[in-house]
Write a new protein. Structure first.
Lengths: 536, 418
């Protein structure tokens, strides 16, 4: 482990650490464009120059490894002057697009000009012009004249997705990012190039012109798109509700987690959020009175649900929970079912189309919490019924109360006629979920639950990593977090389990940690931002 | 007049054939080198003070010794025959008129660095040199000088000829390697240097045509003899390409200790049409320009460096009084703007910017602050890039303006060329 001095501060860094990363460890920021810790070193932007004692001129930090006894200074007058020069070179041909550029506000040309540039512009000749608003694929728009040719996107497609769609064409100040003939930037991870583009050259076709980034709020979360559990940030537009076409969720960005997704997410996860603000969201509790479904209050619907549960024997109740639910939701449900002695329970409903999977991030299981459901015990007990068995029992009227969470059973792999018969066969169907579907339309009681973006909770990834997601938004309408709905039902049933008196998701999680050995010792505080593994 | 060494066969009929090459003593150095220890060959080249003659002037023997000792990786010998430096045309003569000298030099170098595969990267526009050299390679294969178990020595060496596609940057050592690998001709970031990780990620030595053509003579006649031909720090003779306003332009062989004045006046008959000398670029377009009163300088690497210029590729561009220096700078600036590979920001952006400023001055639309802006931009970018291309461009930007500032200022003030 080399020990070196950076800006007078001694640090010890792992062997093979470059000077940008070493400086970071010493609390110094070395500005850079082309360097990205997830990609090979290119050394093209020339911005990350630092001074090294006994070396005649500044060196690039990205391609210089820390060595024992090295004395580095990132803030000498010479380094500052070099940065100013490099900033000027980066900007002489850059168009004055900031007022109409989507990157404004999170653009590293703006940030570094203010921090390291602040020179008086001298370029009075005509700028080089290049193509603007060129779609590279379904998600990415290129503005070639805003590009600073850092080659991050090219290296990303070469090294991470290994799809190689992008190249730099032409030469000198006419160099341009572009697609190789006959290709489109449509790999399953194409959106990441937007995140790693430090400027406004690659923008998100979905997000462009929807909302200014300085109006966004951010919350740390976990992607619910598959069992991987990629760490994400949810960016919401709440301060200017008329922007973003009135939708609250503006975009999803990956959040670094070394043990899960590093810097990346797939396009399915990135663009899979419109359901959160969709018109199909369930926003009011509903109760069907003489065949007609009408809106009601939580108090009434909870009492009605409790009455229905109390009105049936345990063996007449079948519960199909969802691996889309948080650990907290599943744990409170488990306690409720234990209280009611209901054994017919499952979470697994086969999708009509099998999910796609690869050797990078995508998992075939498109649920974020299948592992959590297993650990909490929402799986068929031995001799009990699985989800399809529950439906079959409903057709035969052995199951009389069917409680379905989130799934649209009519869109599953199972024959529609069988599902119809089951929903029609049950005396009472309770649906608890976020969005209306064929299944919710056939329910007698509808309990609208909050989307993952609207409450605090945890998911357990297929690898067993328990990770927190945080509320980015208040629940839409009157929707409530799943665990809270279940706790209200528990209280209505006068069950004395303290978990039904949970006031926050954290209380439910603490109950889970105390009750289920796999979660023993875990707490929200310990999980932090990047999660912890369950005990094996 | 110096003894001709590299160009000794240039005027011999059919000098490009193996028969004529052998008649004039060809392949005797290889016979000698076959029996030598590889390390002894490198040692001999070191002692001869052979410097790289492509432009950088790096000691050749030292370069060879950077190949990791005892490495079992394949090692490649790459010949830089991309000769693209404006004003330079000596490798063309060597390829056309003495291709077997290069082949023999390659064999000896390959043995020294334990390489079994050589690449010759020939400038795409050099159709005739490529054709002639390819013929010589065929002859060498037929004579059993290339291939497996050469002449029963157990030494294998094969050769691949690769034609460039017209980019100046592909003459830069690592730009050439990228191009050879089938990629865009972008110089590679160093470290690692090619001797550690070069072509296809393997240890690689890149030498210029002329450098390798010197090697047989060093082996034949000894390092001391070769070193004695030049200066203390640079052995041998070299080929000077003289172009521009001299009476007899062409390739001239002379010692590294020859002066620029001797080359222009003794070897090339002085300035044409009895005009006055105005300026000389002594080492290819990247070398800083010298005024007429600065030509009493020796042409070795150190001599020209001390004079504030560069020996470079020994391409000497002679300009008489009819030349407008601002116009000459515009032509050079256009070349560098056109040929910048675009990889590093300072070079990519400022070569274009400087060309635009010089172009504006030449068009009579210059402003008085332009000259200082050009000088400042050039100095700020110098030394900040991956390869030496931009430093090469900075040579003319700064020297043309600093040495002929009055002419630029007069043009800006009056809009009229001197």
């Amino acid at each position: 482990m080399p020990r070196l001095t950076i800006n007078g501060k001694e640090v010890e860094v792992p062997a093979g650490t470059n000077l940008i990363e070493a400086a970071r460890l010493a609390g110094a920021e070395v500005p850079h464009y082309c360097y990205h810790p997830g990609l090979s070193v290119a050394g093209q932007c020339r911005l990350c120059m630092v001074d090294i004692e006994k070396v005649p001129r500044p060196q690039v930090g990205c391609n210089t490894l820390a060595t024992d006894g090295m004395v580095v200074n990132t803030e000498t007058e010479r380094v500052k002057e070099t940065r100013r020069s490099i900033m000027e070179f980066h900007l002489i041909n850059h168009p004055l697009d900031c007022p109409v550029c989507d990157q404004a506000g999170e653009c590293w040309l703006q940030i570094y000009y203010m921090k390291h540039g602040l020179y008086d512009p001298r370029m009075t000749d005509d700028k080089v012009h290049k193509p603007k608003a060129v779609p590279l694929g379904p998600h990415v728009m290129l503005d070639a004249e805003r590009c600073i040719l850092c080659s991050r996107c090219v290296r990303y497609c070469d090294e991470i997705t290994r799809t190689g769609e992008l190249g730099i064409f032409n030469r000198g100040d006419h160099s341009e990012i572009g697609l190789f003939p006959g290709t489109a930037l449509e790999n399953k991870y194409s959106g990441n190039v937007i995140d790693i583009c430090p400027v406004g050259a690659l923008t998100d076709r979905d997000f462009r012109f929807q909302v200014r980034v300085w109006y966004l709020d951010r919350a740390k979360s976990v992607c619910p798109g598959c069992a991987r559990g990629c760490n994400i940030e949810i960016h919401t537009s709440q301060r200017r509700p008329h922007h973003n076409r009135g939708r609250r969720v503006a975009r999803i960005k990956p959040r670094f987690n070394a043990g899960v997704n590093q810097w990346w997410i797939c396009d399915a996860g990135r663009y899979g959020f419109p359901w959160i603000d969709d018109e199909s969201r369930l926003t009011t509790p509903m109760m069907s009175v003489s065949g007609r479904s009408t809106g009601t209050t939580w108090d009434e619907v909870v009492v009605a649900a409790a009455r229905a549960l109390r009105g049936h024997r345990p063996e007449e109740i079948g519960v199909i929970a969802s691996p889309q639910m948080a650990n907290e939701d599943l744990f409170v449900l488990r306690r409720l079912l234990d209280h009611l002695r209901v054994l017919q329970r499952d979470t697994r409903v086969l999708p009509r189309e099998p999910g796609d999977e690869d050797d990078f991030l995508l998992r075939a299981d498109k649920n974020p919490n299948t592992r959590g459901a297993e650990l909490v015990g929402l799986v068929p007990v031995s001799g009990g019924l699985d989800a399809r068995g529950i439906l079959a029992a409903a057709v035969q009227k052995r199951i009389k109360l069917l409680w379905v969470f989130q799934h649209d059973l009519l869109a599953s792999a199972w024959p529609e006629s069988e599902v119809h018969a089951a929903l029609a066969g049950a005396e009472c169907v309770i649906f608890q979920g976020t969005n209306a579907s064929g299944t919710s339309a056939r329910a007698h009681l509808v309990l609208p639950s909050a989307a993952y973006a609207e409450y605090d909770g945890t998911f357990t990834s297929f690898e067993g990593r328990v990770q927190r997601f945080r509320a980015a938004l208040p629940p839409l309408g009157e929707a409530l977090p799943g665990w809270e709905i279940l706790a209200r039902v528990g209280r209505a049933l006068e069950a004395d389990d303290p978990v039904f008196r949970a006031e926050r998701a954290e209380h439910a999680f603490n109950g889970l940690a105390a009750a289920v050995p796999a979660f023993a010792g875990l707490s929200y505080r310990a999980l932090g931002d990047t999660g912890l593994m369950v005990r094996s | 007049m110096t003894e001709k060494i590299l160009s000794r066969n240039f005027d011999v009929p059919d000098s490009h054939t193996m028969r004529v090459y052998r008649e004039h003593g060809g392949y005797t150095a290889w016979e000698k080198a076959k029996a030598m220890e590889p390390a002894a060959i490198t040692e001999e080249v070191k002692k001869a003070n052979l410097r790289g003659l492509g432009g950088a002037g790096f000691p050749a023997g030292m370069k060879w010794s950077f190949i990791p000792k005892g490495s079992t990786a394949p090692k490649y010998l790459v010949v830089n025959a991309d000769e693209g430096e404006p004003g330079t045309f000596k490798d063309r003569y060597l390829l056309e008129r003495d291709p077997h000298a290069l082949i023999e030099g390659m064999l000896i170098a390959a043995r020294a660095i334990d390489s079994h595969l050589g690449f010759v990267y020939i400038r795409g526009e050099y159709v005739e040199p490529w054709r002639v050299f390819s013929g010589a390679v065929r002859e060498a294969y037929e004579a059993g000088l290339f291939g497996k178990n050469i002449q029963g020595t157990g030494f294998d060496f094969d050769i691949v000829i690769h034609r460039g596609a017209g980019a100046y940057i592909c003459g830069e050592e690592t730009g050439l390697l990228s191009s050879l690998e089938g990629k865009k001709g972008w110089p590679k970031i160093k470290p690692p240097f090619p001797a550690i990780k070069g072509a296809f990620g393997q240890p690689t030595i890149v030498n210029n045509v002329e450098t390798l053509s010197c090697v047989p003579h060093i082996i034949n006649r000894g390092a001391e003899w070769f070193a004695g031909l030049g200066t203390k720090t640079q052995g041998g003779t070299r080929l000077y390409s003289l172009s521009g306003h001299v009476a007899r332009p062409g390739v001239v062989e002379a010692s590294c200790s020859v002066t620029l004045r001797q080359l222009i006046y003794d070897h090339c008959g002085g300035i044409r049409d009895g005009r006055q000398l105005k300026a000389v670029v002594p080492g290819g377009s990247s070398a800083p320009i010298l005024r007429a009163d600065e030509i009493d300088v020796t042409m070795d690497v150190d001599g020209l460096r001390n004079a504030g210029s560069m020996a470079g590729s020994a391409g000497i561009i002679v300009m008489d009084e009819s030349v407008s220096i601002p116009h000459a700078l515009m032509v050079v600036a256009r070349f560098y703007a056109h040929e910048s590979c675009g990889q590093c920001t300072p070079c990519r952006e400022s070569t274009g910017w400087i060309y635009k400023m010089v172009h504006r001055i030449v068009e009579g639309k210059g402003r008085k602050e332009d000259l200082d802006t050009i000088l400042d931009v050039a100095k700020r970018g110098a030394g900040t890039t991956i390869c030496a291309f931009y430093d090469g461009a900075v040579g003319p930007y700064i020297s043309y303006i600093e040495k002929f500032r009055e002419e630029f200022e007069a043009l800006i003030t009056s809009g009229v060329h001197a």
